[in-house]
Design a protein around this ligand. Structure first.
Ligand code: ASP
Ligand code: MG
Length: 416
């Protein structure tokens, strides 16, 4: 069971999480619970570091950030003890989570769960501080923002849990962000592949890496509300998702930026040089489009790509030194970009989906600036201001809403 930051934000919520954990134990389960830092704790710790130093050391950042989750676990253990059960809280390191050495974005290499297993044997409820581990160099590391999800999935895999329950402030995974689309529908089941595409295209319910980990280790995820009972959304292997809707969800992000380089030399190695430089600067590039020079008198190719808006400055600074070397004429920046995507395993074998997406956006007078596709996703980069209209229009066009599940259609034809 994993509880997110809002689910442990204050004393009452910690007690509520404790009751939920105890209830699961009393139903005969052995329980390992992973907690996030309370409320905005992680943001506050980051701000505290910024007040001290403009360039805080990454190792020390991890020492600092890992404390938030420890607080949650210790408090929750106290609450569980008061309910008459025995609980033990563990740091990521005590729980045996071994990571690589890349501070603030470490990857889990191994989970040595013997201490957890021993505590479970002794009938204890085990609470593990999310988002952290210990590196192969024996330093405390953290797993990147939202990393408690990955802790939970990794522990579920290590102890062979029946299910990894992610308790959060929404009641599951929706067909679109309900704040933009009020009629968005809670999805009963989503495949790992779909969830991966959704998480990478803006759905914030689960950390992308946790979904990758779950897919690789076959961990069933149940994403559900910590404030109400009832099932949420199961994220499972494709063979378990019974009905294949054509389209499962519309996802979006409003915080992209685009850079366009003109006069990129039309020769082998130019793109490699540019993207190696960006990779070295740790800049996360998303969509890339390159056009060959057209016609007489046009020098070099045009290369556009998107990055998270927060990475714009890093990208610009990283590229400056190589512009001259490559003879690139110009960099243009467009900071106010967004992206809207539709995801669905059913589109793999269904023609016409892309055409319908483009026609829908055209109907709203929305200009598509870049397009990319995967077998189960179509993404369009548009102006960020038009993202809500685009999400709403696509959700309606593909009949994803609660009122669009038509009783008279046979199962399997739903939402087509
Ligand atoms: N507390 C960390 C964060 O805010 C990790 C997590 O909540 O999953 O990103
Ligand atoms: Mg989270």
């Amino acid at each position: 069971m994993k509880f997110g930051g809002t689910s442990v934000a204050d004393a009452e919520r910690i007690k509520r999480a404790a009751r939920r954990i105890v209830a699961a134990r009393e139903q005969g389960n052995r329980v390992v619970a992973v907690l996030s830092a309370r409320g905005k704790t992680t943001d506050e710790l980051i701000a505290a570091a910024a007040e001290i130093s403009a360039t805080p050391d990454a190792r020390e950042m991890d020492m600092l950030l890992s404390t938030g989750e420890r607080i949650s676990c210790a408090l929750c253990a106290m609450a569980i003890n008061d309910l008459g059960h025995r609980a033990i809280s563990l740091t990521g390191s005590q729980a045996g989570i071994v990571t690589d050495t890349s501070h603030t974005k470490a990857r889990i290499l191994d989970v040595r769960a013997d201490r957890i297993e021993a505590a479970l044997e002794e009938d204890m409820i085990v609470l593990v501080a999310g988002f952290q581990g210990m590196s192969t160099a024996r330093d405390v590391t953290t797993l990147g923002r939202g990393g408690s999800d990955t802790t939970a999935v990794a522990l579920a895999a290590a102890v062979g849990a029946d299910v990894c329950e992610i308790y959060t402030d929404v009641s599951g995974v929706y067909s679109a962000d309900p704040r933009i689309v009020p009629e968005a529908r809670k999805l009963e089941v989503v495949s790992f592949e779909e969830m991966l595409e959704m998480a990478s295209s803006g759905a914030k319910v689960l950390q992308l890496r946790s979904v990758e980990y779950a897919r690789n280790h076959g961990v069933r995820i149940h994403c559900r509300s910590s404030f109400e009972d009832g099932p949420g959304t199961f994220v499972v292997g494709e063979q378990e998702t019974m009905e294949h809707a054509l389209i499962t969800a519309v996802t979006h992000s409003t915080d992209e930026a685009r850079l366009t380089l003109t006069g990129v030399p039309d020769q082998p190695g130019a793109a490699a040089r540019i993207f190696e430089t960006l990779a070295e600067a740790n800049c996360n590039v998303d969509m890339i489009i390159q056009n060959e020079p057209l016609g007489e008198g046009r020098e070099g190719a045009e290369l556009s790509f998107t990055v998270p808006r927060d990475d714009l400055r890093i990208a610009r600074e990283a590229l400056q030194p190589i512009l001259g070397e490559l003879g690139i004429a110009q960099i243009d920046e467009e900071p106010e970009m967004g992206k809207v995507s539709i995801v669905g395993a059913g589109m793999k074998s269904h023609p016409g989906v892309a055409a319908k997406v483009f026609a829908t956006l055209a109907g709203e007078g929305i200009n598509i600036e870049m397009i990319s596709t995967s077998p189960i996703k179509i993404s369009c980069v548009i102006r960020s201001g038009r993202v809500p209209d685009a999400v709403q229009a696509l959700h309606t066009a593909f009949e994803l809403g609660a009122d669009a599940v038509l009783e008279e259609r046979p199962i399997g034809e739903r939402a087509r």
